[in-house]
Design a protein around this ligand. Structure first.
Ligand code: PMV
Length: 356
């Protein structure tokens, strides 16, 4: 017959955790030792765009990241592809009317091309956007329908833990879950972005260099060696999750800021408590923390919150637009453009995924 190709493109945003996920209880299924809460970022500024294609002319699964071919042999890609193929349905090829049968998907090879519009692996959750996008695009391509709420989230989780949170917009909670097979370790939306649209997000790109310790190996080492991490997961995070959910529901910025900063700082403390220690923050990150802490102290109540993932870049939340403008002014004054830090301003996006 005629050669054919089917293709889908999707875009998924990145997300930033305000209660951090750090540490797995199951390495294969990517099940976390604690629940986490995040804010989904505006896809205009921080997102992955992924095109997936299938054709009988393809002889193997292949993957291009930002234009460079990389191996698709890693467990994470293989697990996502396997789970999606298992859920594929009959799909009609629009242009020809031909139907790709459910059974055919197991032997059809997939080509994947994914691009980020922001620095990869610099602690701005590029894997989160990437895997959320891959799973969503494959679902469109293969006609996958969710059998239960959060099924795609559970598959994205197999690619990268934090990816399960990028399938939803606004404020999102990843419940650690109880089940051994991970079916309840999924993300749910706490509130839409429009629920709290006063909030302004400003991202300070301190360095676009790739991080030295990947989150995967970093959290393995922390689980193995940090007594603080165990204490954090068991004694601290469960209470913070409850407090943070309340703060988001009631738009209590003071509480939101207090917990966000404390949780970022405790996450980086567990990194320092790891043997050998892991350093993600640099001098610029620490100066940013100082600037915000001084500001909040002088103001009498929190105006700005900061959080850092596995890298030196800051994500800052200003309580409203006026404070956001003032924050940018202070950042530009303290870190003039001639320095090695380069800052951009972003707002929260509610649109989590766009397809085409
Ligand atoms: O999903 P991973 O393996 O990229 O880990 C993410 C870890 C942090 O970004 C540091 C915290 C989080 O909850 O996103």
């Amino acid at each position: 017959g005629e050669p054919w190709v089917v293709m889908k493109t999707a875009r998924a945003p990145s997300n930033i955790a305000v209660i951090k996920y750090w540490g797995k209880r199951d390495e294969k299924l990517i099940l976390p030792i604690n629940s986490s809460i995040s804010v989904t970022l505006d896809p205009e500024h921080l997102s992955a765009t992924t095109t997936v294609a299938a054709s009988p002319a393809f002889h193997s699964d292949r993957l291009w990241l930002n234009g460079k071919e990389v191996s698709v042999e890693g467990e994470r890609y293989k697990n996502c592809l396997r789970e999606m193929r298992a859920r594929a349905t009959d799909v009609e090829v629009e242009s020809t009317g031909r139907v790709i049968k459910k059974e055919e998907w197991s032997s059809l090879h997939i080509h994947i091309a994914s691009e980020n519009n922001f620095p990869t692996a610099a602690g701005l959750a590029s894997s989160a956007a990437g895997f959320a996008c891959l799973v969503y695009a494959l679902a469109q391509l293969m006609g996958v329908k969710e059998n239960y709420e959060g099924e795609l989230s559970a598959i994205a989780r197999l690619g990268s833990g934090s990816a399960c949170r990028s399938l939803l917009g606004g404020f999102v909670k990843w419940n650690m879950g109880q089940e051994a097979d991970g079916r309840d370790s999924i993300a749910t939306q706490l509130a839409e972005h429009s629920h709290w649209d006063d909030l302004v997000i400003i991202i300070a790109v301190v360095s676009s260099r790739q991080k030295e310790t990947s989150s995967t190996s970093g959290m393995q080492e922390s689980v193995r060696t940090s007594p603080l991490l165990k204490f954090r997961a068991e004694e601290v995070v469960p209470k913070r999750i409850e407090q943070m959910e309340k703060a988001i529901k009631s738009m209590d910025f003071a509480e939101f800021a207090k917990i966000t900063c404390a949780d970022s700082n405790q996450f980086h403390a567990t990194c320092l408590d790891t043997s050998p220690p892991i350093f993600y923050l640099n001098d610029t990150s620490r100066r940013l923390i100082g600037l915000v802490e001084r500001w909040n102290r002088h103001a009498g109540e929190p105006q700005v919150a900061y959080t850092f993932d596995a890298g030196p870049n800051a994500v800052m939340f200003a309580r409203n637009k006026e404070v956001g403008a003032e924050l940018l002014k202070r950042l530009l004054y303290q870190f003039p453009p001639s320095s090695d830090a380069d800052f951009s301003r972003y707002v929260i996006g509610d649109q989590s995924i766009l397809e085409s």
